[in-house]
Design a protein around this ligand. Sequence first.
Ligand code: F6R
Length: 609
Amino acid sequence: MCGIVGYVGEQPALDVVMQGLRRLEYRGYDSAGVAVLGSDDELRIARKAGKLANLDAELAGTELPGTLGVGHTRWATHGAPTDRNAHPHRDCSGAVAVVHNGTLENFAELREGLTERGHSLSSDTDTEAVAHLIEERYDGDLAAAVREVAKELEGSFVLVVAHREQPDLVIGARRNLPLVVGLGDGENFLASDVTAFIAYTREARAVDQDQVVELRRDGVRVTDLDGNDVEGETYHVDWDTAAAEKAGYEYFMLKEIDEQPEAVAETIGGRLGRDGRLRLDELAISDEDIRGFQQVVIVACGSSYHSGLVGKYAIERWTRLPTQVEIASEFRYRDPVVGRDTLVIAISQSGETADTLEALRHARQQGAWVMAVTNTVGSSIARESDAVFYTRSGPEIAVASTKAVMTQLAAVYLVGLHLAQIRGTRDGDEVRSHYADLAAIPRLIEDTLTRMDPLRKIARDISDAERVLFLGRHVGYPMALEGALKLKELAYVSAEGFPAGEIKHGPIALIEQGTPVVVLATRHALSPKLVTNVQEIKARGARTIVIATDGDDSVTPYADHVIRVPDTKSLLSPLLTLVPMQVFSAEFAMARGLDVDQPRNLAKSVTVE
Ligand code: F6R
């Protein structure tokens, strides 16, 4: 997650770009930078680690005159959040300025080749390689150079590029991540989302996969990577600057739910090396130590605990390592059996949750290895762990966790595969095949999001219910727990999640005529048993809202409402069924007139035990 702006027009570019960056700061605030092309054909750059305010301070009293500029606000992935790694990045001659959102999978090879060919790279970023590649390809046609370079890049990217010999041209290029054109009068804009230019124009044009934009004062041309013109859809944005921080959404939570395809793409992207092996380079635990593990213990709280429960299924399946999942606040008080042969995985969005931090400290005291799965670079949990997997979901503002949980799920699958690859419990073909299934998930989440209107209506219709139950089996069970937690914290109703097979041992007594029961019934080996469980509750009068896989009609005869999700491997289904859990609870709470961004009594980062 990074925010990107490009501008060419008649106004002072610095003001326009800085205003755009302010709107995009939610996408990352590890550093910020701008480049402005002056009338003397000089590209002047200012960049600073930390929040945009630091760049503002840096720029105070300085002039960057010019009417063409690019800007960036960073969520660090390659390279620490320092001034040196802040964008824009330049080539050897200083003629090219590039800003980038995304992760380039082949950046190591690209950098190596550039160094061999005599380029001198001054940052640790993948982005800088792009500036030098453009330098090599440029022969007066900047768009052609960017198209050629884009063909060489593997991974995800949005690039925005300026060149000192091109006073009327900014180039944009896109793969997998968002880029939108703002269409002005005598001026045009490029940005990660429309909030960046909404103060200037509400006319926008979407940019599709593998397209390159040529942005000039008087017009915009969009081509494919071979330079063929492509038609595009323009649209009018019907909200204004006041709504800009939320990009037109009523609540951050709704925006964050919709950001999940991109967030998961960030988590998963760039993990397969050229040799076909999964690469989680940041996990600095040696292969030898990983082979020595005898057990895995996952510690986490709340929604992160539910991600851990899903992780247990994946890790045990793929690695055959016994895996326990522990509520972090309970862990250290029962003298757990962990030692040098134990991998403890601490999952925490904020990286600051005191219960989880104390659990990992206890585990380390016992000699265990600790791996953090967190969204927050430099957080306490990250700093105190032996290895860190960053989920890269971008800043999450709503208190109830949505996209961060989704990326935690993606992360635990990747960690499970990584352990299996090193321990040799899954062969290369199988690891690659699971990775391919994971790589398809962002598109499937996008599809799932388009199917949620009927569920919203159901949620509104039953929003006066004071009790809702959630049932699931296998990996559906943790998602039932998550659905119940979300509903509790947002709508303040009594909600409980159960393993579907367990209800006959007691909870079925809760069911009376009309009790809403959400059943996670996506296709898996236990489906026939789940059908029986649904029949049992239906017979007692439950109003069943069934989440089912496309084409699977085994449970639908017992459903009052059916919500479909796309098919995927059953083990990965939480990455899709999480979406209806979030949408249902948000809509239910909004129908009760509640603020879903700031539920009562809660805080985003729980730093007390
Ligand atoms: C629920 C929620 C909380 C957090 C929990 C752990 O929507 O957000 O249950 O999951 O407080 O927080 P982190 O992941 O920051 O450790």
